[in-house]
Design a protein around this ligand. Structure first.
Ligand SMILES: Nc1ncnc2c1ncn2[C@@H]1O[C@H](COP(=O)(O)OP(=O)(O)OP(=O)(O)O)[C@@H](O)[C@H]1O
Ligand SMILES: [Mg+2]
Length: 368
């Protein structure tokens, strides 16, 4: 799959821009703050209906404007599809594929998959379990629509159950019969989600280990484990016996929303003991494994977005990475770099051709 063109109106620092891309390697170059990351973010938006950077949608509207639009033509399995998104202040977001509007944004997820590798990914390692859960959930949502629907249902039920716990506490009364239907959904959807996470982990981990070993030339050993209360306790029983404790805390303390994904390097926690370069390698291997799995599942390759990928990596890792990325097997790639000479020399040393998109202050200049 590849993105043929992109039209941006009032998206972040782009007032009005139109760009055509090649189906292979596109290098987006420009000074710091020129709009390279914003361009990748617009592509991410078309794929996942949201920004990778701003969770508050309004922040993506150009300052002093009151709307943005993003439009792009994807070619998937030989057919063109136009994806359109617009957001106007005070109105509902509009998302269309081939002029047909989606009723729910979730219907679009997974149709035009992208994999973004960016400096912001460091949070997957640095931050708490919720970020790692969200990361793996986003992959699963792209390859399994039913998983996404189950997760939406689970989270909705969780919010309602928590409100009920709060109600019990505020009113100093608890009715187990009232909470029972919520427990039932928690258990039913929880089990389904847990099983899918487990199957996914079994499939994903070996791919990840191989990617890491390739880039790092087997210098260090890494591992990931998926840990769930579902594997550790009788969930139904625990839920019943924990009711008074949960009312006290006004929160559901047991369930798949507490699952953990743990990252290790040479037998120790990566978060505490990994160097910056090792963490970056880890993140890249996570994303490349994600790429492989999505490709395998969909039967076509996602678009690969590489934002500032060379930063913090030594020359040998950069070369290994680019060698793998370029091995004919990846389809369309977007690369950003504030130092175009570096990208240029890496690409030419691997005899790779690329299309250069030069940007200055949110405008395409084609001069660099
Ligand atoms: N809503 C917005 N309206 C206008 N400008 C914005 C908006 N959001 C972000 N910007 C501007 O976009 C610019 C940042 O663009 P971007 O992050 O794409 O730069 P970059 O080319 O990736 O830079 P770097 O090389 O430092 O990574 C900043 O100048 C920022 O002020
Ligand atoms: Mg940037």
């Amino acid at each position: 799959m590849h993105l043929k063109n992109l039209r941006l109106l009032n998206f972040k620092n782009y007032e009005d821009a139109y760009i055509e891309f090649t189906s292979k390697i596109n290098c987006i170059v420009g000074d710091n703050g020129s709009g390279k990351t914003n361009m990748l973010d617009a592509i991410h938006y078309l794929s996942l209906t949201k920004s990778a950077i701003n969770s508050i949608d309004m922040l993506n509207i150009r300052h002093e404007s009151n709307f943005f639009t993003i439009k792009g033509t994807f070619n998937k399995l030989g057919r063109d599809h136009e994806v359109f998104c617009s957001l106007e202040k005070g109105k509902k977001k509009v998302f269309r594929q081939d002029n047909t509007e989606y009723e729910k944004m979730s219907e679009h997820i997974g149709q035009f998959p992208t994999v973004l590798i960016s400096p912001g990914d460091n949070e997957i390692i640095r931050e708490g379990n919720d970020i790692r859960r969200k990361y793996f959930d986003t992959i699963l949502a792209q390859i399994d629509h039913q998983y996404l629907l189950n997760l939406i249902g689970y989270n909705h039920n969780l919010r309602q159950r928590n409100s009920l716990l709060k109600f019990f506490r505020d009113n100093l009364s608890a009715d187990p019969d009232l909470i029972e239907p919520y427990n039932h959904i928690l258990l039913d959807l929880g089990q389904k989600i847990h099983q899918k996470r487990k199957n996914f982990a079994d499939r994903y981990f070996p791919v990840f280990i191989k990617k890491y070993a390739f880039i790092a030339e087997e210098k260090e050993k890494t591992s990931i484990s998926y840990v769930s209360q579902f594997d550790e306790m009788d969930y139904e029983h625990t839920l019943k016996s924990a009711l008074s404790y949960e009312i006290e805390n006004q929160r559901t303390t047991f369930g798949i929303h507490k699952d953990k994904w743990e990252f290790m390097i040479d037998g120790r926690r990566l978060k505490k003991f990994g160097s910056q370069g090792q963490r970056k390698t880890f993140v890249i291997a996570l994303k490349l494994a994600q790429y492989d799995i999505i490709k395998d599942e969909k039967g076509f390759a996602p678009v690969l977005l590489l934002d500032d990928i060379f930063d913090k990596l030594d020359d040998s890792r950069i070369h290994k990475l680019m060698e793998m990325v370029a091995a004919d097997y990846f389809s369309q790639i977007f690369l950003t770099d504030a130092r175009p000479e570096r990208t240029n020399s890496i690409l030419s040393s691997l005899s790779l051709e690329s299309n250069i998109v030069a940007i200055k202050d949110g405008k395409i200049t084609n001069k660099w």
